[in-house]
Structures are given as structure tokens and as C-alpha cells.
Ligand binder design. Structure first.
Ligand code: IMP
Length: 199
């Protein structure tokens, strides 16, 4: 089976991606590939960071690989926190710190429109291909949570739903989420290539 290194050690991401690529691709994490160290993420776009992370793996292994990067883009904040979503309230801040900062920044604003966007960069033979997933929604005025989810989930309500991401069962969130969509596009691409090579 084809082997791809996924530039992450995040268990939840690996589980989600492995389930989606089951039977198509063997997904190998950074630690399983024997790679250690901090991967730089210094670009100012999601595409740039995904490329930077995938390139870091490619340069060390010359094995086909992919990386993802996600951001929450809020219209009333000109797309912030965007590529800085993880460290919006500062280096080493908590999810709660980020949500507090976001709710404060949106105080008194009527426009609550936002989206999560994920970019996956796949490197094959040194060449990058990008896959994007996005989910549109709005930022709630306060947290709504059943304890599911992470990050900004308690304050993000996707369109066509009456609950936040943090109130949804994980299977439902994964089906409609930014990351779920980007992964689905990667699967479609890998599947298409496999069918072509079978012909
Ligand atoms: P990453 O690129 O997947 O590490 O995501 C960067 C940051 O975006 C995370 O630290 C979270 O704050 C936020 N984020 C990414 N995906 C989600 C999600 O599905 N729900 C809520 N927040 C998310």
C-alpha cells in the first residue's frame, strides 16, 4: 500500500485522517517516521504554513507527505485570527484565553460571520498540491458547549445548525467540518490516482 507521512503527532488528527484513508494509504506520523524537532510555521498564510511543514518532512525523508494548517477567519476582524488562531491571545495561551479575546474583540459588533478554513499541502515527488475545506458560520455571543470539541468550538455555530461545534457529536462535526472537507478532497485525489494506476 502507498505510504504517506502526515506532518503531525496530534492523535486526533491522525485518527480522523487514518479513518478517511483506510485501505488506500498507510498514514505514518512524524514520530513513527523517526522525525523529531519543532517544525517551523512562520508563513503568513495557511497555504504557506502547510507547504512549509510538508517541505520540512520532504527535505528530510524524500517520502511523499502532507501537512495541514487551519485558521478561523472572522469577517468583522478582517480575517483575524486566521493563520494566528492557535496563538491569538499570545504564545502558550489556552483555548479559553483565545475565546475570551475573540468575544472581547467582537463586543458590540453585529457582523458575526466567520469560517474555519483548512489547507492540506500534499508533496509528491517534491511537487505540492493543495486541498481546501471550509465551513461557514457565525461566532456566538457566549460559549455553548456540551464538553465536545476543542479550540473555538464552543463559540462557532456552523450555518444550517442551531448548535455550536462543541455541542455536536464528533462524527457529525467531522462530516461537515473544514478539516473533514479538506481530507475528503485529499481522499478523492488519492483514490483517483489509484484508479488510474490500476487501469
Ligand atoms: P491547526 O492548524 O489544526 O493546529 O489549528 C490551529 C488552531 O485553529 C487551533 O489551535 C485551534 O485554536 C483552531 N482550530 C483548528 N481546528 C479547529 C476546530 O475544528 N475547532 C475549533 N478550533 C479549531
Amino acid at each position: 500500500m502507498r505510504r504517506l507521512i502526515f506532518a503531525t503527532n496530534n492523535k486526533h488528527k491522525v485518527e480522523e485522517v487514518r479513518a478517511a484513508l483506510d485501505g488506500l494509504v498507510e498514514v505514518v506520523t512524524l514520530s513513527e517516521a523517526g522525525l523529531q524537532g519543532e517544525i517551523p510555521e512562520t508563513a503568513d498564510t495557511l497555504e504557506g504554513n502547510a507547504l512549509q511543514k510538508a517541505q520540512w518532512v520532504w527535505e528530510r525523508t524524500h517520502t511523499d507527505c502532507f501537512a495541514d494548517d487551519t485558521g478561523l477567519e472572522v469577517d468583522a476582524l478582517d480575517g483575524a485570527p486566521g493563520v494566528y488562531s492557535a496563538r491569538y491571545a499570545g504564545e502558550h495561551c489556552s483555548f479559553d484565553d483565545n475565546i475570551d479575546k475573540l468575544l472581547y474583540a467582537l463586543e458590540g459588533k453585529e457582523n458575526r460571520r466567520a469560517r474555519f478554513r483548512t489547507v492540506i499541502c500534499l508533496i509528491e515527488n517534491g511537487h505540492p498540491t493543495y486541498f481546501e475545506g471550509r465551513v461557514e458560520g457565525q461566532i456566538l455571543r457566549e460559549r455553548q458547549s456540551n464538553g465536545e470539541g476543542f479550540g473555538y468550538d464552543p463559540v462557532f455555530m456552523p450555518d444550517r445548525f442551531a448548535v455550536s461545534f462543541a455541542e455536536m457529536p464528533l462524527e457529525v462535526k467531522n462530516r461537515i467540518s473544514h478539516r473533514g472537507m479538506a481530507v475528503a478532497k485529499l481522499v478523492e485525489y488519492v483514490n483517483g490516482k489509484r484508479e488510474n494506476s490500476d487501469e
